[in-house]
Design a protein around this ligand. Structure first.
Ligand SMILES: Nc1nc2c([nH]c(=O)n2[C@H]2C[C@H](O)[C@@H](COP(=O)(O)OP(=O)(O)OP(=O)(O)O)O2)c(=O)[nH]1
Length: 174
């Protein structure tokens, strides 16, 4: 099974006086994918882990390549197995709040910020609604999703589970 990554950048809301505001006003960066797995849907930036690369290195590279942002603090907050007729993956999910740059459109993706409580769920992977709100709120999640004909047939999700929160270190895949 192929290792892949996903990154959910969270732009934390501030009030007019510069104080932290309610987390419900936070925004997350999604991309409208132009090609590849899940094209024409909204998804967090990410992609396949290359040989010799760690998932953390992958997620930093993919966000740079897809939207031109340099992620500073990716923290692993989730992991799920994804199975379908034509694509299986072990997906490592990261959350990040520190980054440099503004998102730019590339030939892979159109970036767009969404409020965390107003996500375009009908245009996302069906099972994202089962774990993404938890992850965006700072929690963790682990799951197993089996899709057939584009529809989820088996969904197993646990939230607020222990995840090795590898902020700096993780392991290269073969
Ligand atoms: N949000 C979400 N993402 C998923 C699910 N299943 C799944 O494989 N992904 C993600 C993980 C990867 O980021 C992406 C698959 O990698 P990809 O084949 O699109 O990679 P890519 O074209 O962006 O990048 P590349 O490595 O080929 O350059 O899809 C899912 O159920 N929900």
């Amino acid at each position: 099974m192929r290792d892949a990554t996903l990154c959910h950048l969270v732009r934390e809301a501030r009030s007019a006086s510069g104080e932290w505001a309610e987390s419900a006003n936070d925004e997350t960066l999604l991309i409208h994918k132009k090609r590849g797995v899940g094209s024409d849907q909204y998804v967090g930036p990410g992609g396949k882990v290359e040989p010799g690369e760690t998932p953390r290195e992958c997620v930093v590279r993919e966000v740079r390549e897809e939207v031109g942002i340099e992620v500073r603090d990716p923290v692993k907050v989730g992991e799920f197995e994804y199975y379908s007729e034509d694509w299986n993956a072990l997906v490592h999910v990261y959350r990040a709040t520190e980054y440099a740059g503004d998102p730019v459109e590339t030939d892979e993706a159109v970036p767009e910020w969404f409020p965390v409580d107003d996500l375009p769920l009908s245009e996302m992977w069906a099972t994202d609604r089962d774990w993404l709100p938890t992850v965006l709120a700072g929690g963790t999640s682990r799951g197993r999703f089996v899709y057939h004909g584009g529809d989820p047939r088996l969904v197993e999700v646990e939230t607020d589970v222990p995840i090795e929160r590898t902020a700096g270190v993780d392991h290269a895949t073969s």
